[in-house]
Ligand binder design. Structure first.
Ligand SMILES: Cc1ncc(COP(=O)(O)O)c(C=O)c1O
Length: 414
C-alpha cells in the first residue's frame, strides 16, 4: 500500500483536522514494526520513551553541531558515549560521537583510520569478509580508493573471517607496497548474524600495526549485558567500533554510535576550527568530531530509551531475541530446511533439497504467501542462492507465532 496525500502545500495552509487526515494517509502506508509477524529486518518496535524523546527533541530543536546551540545535549552525548565505552571496556582515552546510521559510522571510522595511518594513497586497501555490510563498499567509493580498494576475504562454514587469511593478505599487501587503511571485522553479519573472531583479528592487527574497525552495528549491544558479553569478547581491543542501538534495543531511528579507543583521532580527522561559532568551553563541538554538521539531538532518544529499559530491560531484550531464534530453529524440520549457522538473533535458511533455481522460485512465492498469512520475512541473496531470513528482535512475536511460521514453511515444501 502506498497511499499518498497531496504533496504541495495548500494556499492557506491546512487546519488541524486536515493535517490529521494527511498524516493518517501516510500512516496507512507505513511499515508496521510492532506487528508480531514483522520479522524481516533489523527494525524492531520503538520504545515509548524513545518516541517521547524524539518529540521533545523536535520541540527543543537544538543543534548538535556546536556547544552553544545545544549546551546540555552536547554534554549528554559526550557522557553517553563515555558510558558505552566504559561498558565495552575501552580505556579512559576513549570516546565517540553519534551518527545518523551505521553507514555513516563505518565511513567516519575508515576516514579516521586513514588519517591516523597517514595512508592517503589512493591504492590503499580496506580488508573485510565477503559477508561484511555493503556500507563498506560505499565508504571506499566515497574515499576515492581504487576499484579493488575493498578486498573481501572468504568466510568459513560458520560465516566468520579467518584471522590467518587476514594475516596472509596483509603480508601480500606489504609486499606489493599497498598500505592497509584498516581491517574491518563484523560482529553480527547482516544475513546470518555471524561474529568474526575478534580476539584473533585484534592480535593480527596489533602485530601488523593496522587499524582494527569492528562493525558491531548488530552485535555491539550484546556487550552491554553481563550474560552475553562473551559473544563479542575482544570488542574492547578495536580501534573503532560501530554500534547501532536502533537495530535491536528499540531506539527510534536513526541511532548509531562510532566509538574510538583514542577519541582524539576523531578531532584530527574532522575538525575545521568551525570559525563561525564560539570556541567550546570544555567539550568539543559535536560537529568537529564527525562528518555531519547540523545534527538533531539523537542522543535524547537513546539515553531515555536506555533509562526506560534499565539494566534488566536491556538484558531481557537481548536474551529474549536469542531465545526466539533458538525456539524457531528448534521448530524447523532439519530434513526440510537448512539453517545457516550464526551467532545472534538472525536466522537465514533455505530448503535442503532444492537447486539454486528452485530456491529462487520457492523463496519468492513463499515470501508472498507468508505475507498473506501475516508474516514478513526478507529474501537476501547469499552465495548465489536466495534464502529467507527472519530477525527475532520483535518482542510481540510469541512462541505460538514461531510455531505457526515454522508450520507454514514446512507446508510450502510439501
Ligand atoms: C552489519 C551492518 N553494518 C552496517 C549497517 C548499516 O547501518 P545503517 O542501515 O544504519 O546505515 C548494517 C545495516 O543493516 C549492518 O547490518
Amino acid at each position: 500500500m502506498r497511499p499518498l496525500p497531496e504533496v504541495a502545500p495548500t494556499r492557506h495552509g491546512r487546519d488541524v483536522a486536515g493535517l490529521l487526515q494527511d498524516l493518517q494517509r501516510v500512516m496507512d502506508g507505513a511499515y508496521q514494526p510492532s506487528h508480531p509477524g514483522a520479522l524481516a529486518h533489523l527494525d524492531p518496535p520503538p520504545l515509548t520513551a524513545s518516541i517521547a524523546a524524539e518529540l521533545v527533541c523536535a520541540g527543543l530543536n537544538n543543534n548538535l553541531l556546536a556547544e552553544e546551540l545545544s549546551p546540555g545535549l552536547t554534554g549528554l552525548e559526550h557522557e553517553l558515549c563515555r558510558w558505552f565505552c566504559h561498558r565495552i571496556g575501552l580505556p579512559s582515552t576513549s570516546g565517540g560521537v553519534l551518527a545518523s546510521g551505521g553507514t555513516l559510522s563505518n565511513l567516519m571510522a575508515l576516514v579516521t583510520a586513514r588519517m591516523a595511518a597517514g595512508a592517503a594513497a589512493s591504492n590503499a586497501v580496506v580488508l573485510c569478509s565477503e559477508d561484511a555490510h555493503v556500507s563498506l563498499a560505499k565508504a571506499v567509493r566515497v574515499m576515492g580508493l581504487a576499484g579493488d580498494g575493498l578486498q573481501e576475504l572468504p568466510v568459513d562454514a560458520e560465516g566468520r573471517l579467518c584471522a590467518e587469511a587476514v594475516e596472509r593478505r596483509l603480508t601480500a599487501l606489504r609486499d606489493q607496497g599497498r598500505p592497509c587503511v584498516a581491517v574491518v571485522a563484523t560482529a553480527g553479519t547482516t544475513v546470518r548474524g555471524a561474529i568474526d573472531p575478534l580476539i584473533a583479528l585484534a592480535d593480527v592487527c596489533e602485530k601488523a600495526g593496522v587499524w582494527l574497525h569492528v562493525d558491531a552495528a548488530i552485535g555491539g549491544v550484546f556487550a552491554l549485558s553481563n550474560a552475553h558479553v562473551p559473544l563479542v569478547s575482544g570488542l574492547e581491543r578495536a580501534d573503532s567500533i560501530t554500534l547501532n542501538p536502533q537495530k535491536l534495543l528499540g531506539i527510534t531511528k536513526a541511532s548509531s554510535l562510532l566509538l574510538l579507543q583514542q577519541r582524539d583521532h576523531l578531532r584530527r580527522a574532522f575538525s575545521t576550527g568551525l570559525p563561525y561559532m564560539q570556541p567550546p568551553t570544555d567539550l568539543d563541538h559535536g560537529g568537529e568530531m564527525g562528518l555531519q554538521g547540523t545534527r538533531p539531538a539523537e542522543v535524547l532518544k537513546l539515553w531515555l530509551g536506555l533509562r526506560q529499559l534499565g539494566e534488566e530491560g536491556i538484558e531481557a531484550v537481548l536474551a529474549s531475541a536469542l531465545h526466539r531464534r533458538a525456539l524457531f530453529a528448534a521448530a524447523l524440520d532439519p530434513h526440510l530446511m537448512q539453517v545457516l549457522p550464526g551467532d545472534l538473533h538472525v536466522l537465514a535458511m533455505h530448503p535442503t533439497q532444492m537447486s539454486a533455481a528452485e530456491t529462487e522460485r520457492w523463496s519468492e512465492s513463499t515470501r508472498q504467501s507468508l505475507l498473506a498469512s501475516g508474516f514478513m520475512l526478507s529474501r537476501p541473496r547469499y552465495r548465489q542462492r536466495f534464502c529467507l531470513k527472519a530477525v527475532f528482535g520483535n518482542p510481540h512475536t510469541t512462541e505460538s507465532h514461531l510455531n505457526a511460521l515454522a508450520q507454514l514453511l514446512h507446508d510450502s515444501l510439501r
